[in-house]
Design a protein around this ligand. Structure first.
Ligand SMILES: Nc1ncnc2c1ncn2[C@@H]1O[C@H](COP(=O)(O)OP(=O)(O)OP(=O)(O)O)[C@@H](O)[C@H]1O
Length: 335
């Protein structure tokens, strides 16, 4: 359908694995990596796709690129069935894996880009324009003649993102795009992706374990666990669903017993520094005022809950009913 970049309808992927059961016996088992997932991503959306290790994120992305065929369900990317028409789809999508490179290890970046151009048969003028834009915005000018093997992780990641965009894909999948990067590189990558989305309307689906990626880039986040969609909605609401906590870190003038204050509990004390946890939905200001009234404060900082903690809490609540907002829900009782 026009207006929709990605459509999944009740998609499952089952792997058959053989496991040893005793000295001579082997049993065949099914792993439901993706278990009846449905969602739609509109053109131009930037969506986070998150979940704990083994949740089924990579399997979903592999199905979206056509590397894996779904065991059941219907899947469309830019109107194309990825498994049936993988080559045609490749011209419409870009893929970046944070943990490995798609560039040629021994070649300078510029030569890698030349190969990408030929591989995708990108028209020269369009290629030159896209390259110039990526070089400028991703700060690659000084790196074009450097072999990929000599690039730092952050430089290589920026190089990989450029490579994925030289053929003007409508949909971009990013698997952990900021993993292992320093603060400045992370910020460069995020700014670039935001601009790309605004200027070109590129649809972005990204997996990450970094909550800041989600907060700074995504208007929507989907959480999966054990192959099922647990949440589909705004990132801000995810915190409330997860009943997560923020942490106030206070530095007192001197060592003191654990602070007792209404609305928070002290979870750690190290010399004059204390950590106080309070509900993420509550405002920090009155809490700070109450602490400051009773204790001489030297410094303080606020820590947001990390995504792993939010997810862990979501599942600890039971999670029988998927906490999904919007159209998509996970399916329970399968398997
Ligand atoms: N080729 C395969 N054969 C058998 N099982 C597989 C295969 N690929 C994935 N799985 C299993 O499917 C489940 C989902 O794996 P997947 O790699 O999609 O998770 P993930 O959410 O990407 O995890 P991570 O965050 O660790 O990358 C896991 O139980 C995994 O062991």
């Amino acid at each position: 359908m026009a207006g929709e970049a990605i459509v999944l309808e009740d998609v499952s992927k089952v792997f058959r694995v053989r496991r040893r059961a005793g000295r001579f016996r082997r049993v065949s088992e099914q792993v439901r990596a993706v278990d009846g997932i449905s969602f739609r991503v509109a053109r131009g959306e930037v969506v986070g796709y998150i979940g704990p290790n083994g949740a089924g994120k990579s399997t979903t992305i592999k199905m979206l690129t056509g590397i894996l065929t779904p065991s059941a369900g219907r899947l469309r990317v830019a109107g194309i069935d990825p498994a049936r028409d993988r080559t045609r789809l490749a011209r419409r999508i870009g893929v970046v894996f944070g943990q490995r490179t798609t560039l040629w290890w021994d070649l300078p970046l510029r030569d890698s880009y030349g190969l990408v151009r030929r591989l995708y048969r990108v028209e020269r003028r369009r290629f030159e324009e896209n390259l110039e834009r990526c070089v400028e915005l991703l700060d690659l000018g000084a790196l074009l003649e450097v072999p990929v093997r000599q690039l730092s992780l952050g430089q290589r990641m920026r190089g990989d993102i450029a490579a994925a965009l030289l053929h003007d894909p409508e949909v971009l999948y990013l698997d952990e795009p900021t993993i292992g990067l320093d603060v400045i590189s992370k910020s460069k990558v995020r700014t670039f992706l935001r601009d790309l989305n605004v200027e070109r309307g590129t649809t972005v689906l990204l997996t990450t374990h970094d909550l800041t990626d989600i907060e700074q880039l995504c208007s929507r986040v989907m959480v999966i666990d054990q192959g099922r969609l647990m949440y589909d909605g705004a990132p801000a609401e995810l915190r409330e669903v997860g009943e997560s906590e923020r942490t106030l870190v206070v530095d007192l003038a001197a060592e003191a017993p654990p602070i007792e204050v209404e609305g928070a509990r002290t979870v750690r004390v190290e010399g004059p520094r204390q950590w106080l946890a309070f509900p993420a939905s509550a405002s920090a200001a009155p809490l700070v005022a109450r602490i400051a009234a009773a204790h001489p404060l030297v410094d303080l900082s606020l820590r947001e809950p990390d995504i792993e903690q939010v997810i862990a809490r979501m599942y600890a609540q039971g999670g029988e009913e998927p906490q999904a907002r919007g159209a998509a829900t996970g399916r329970s009782g399968v398997g």
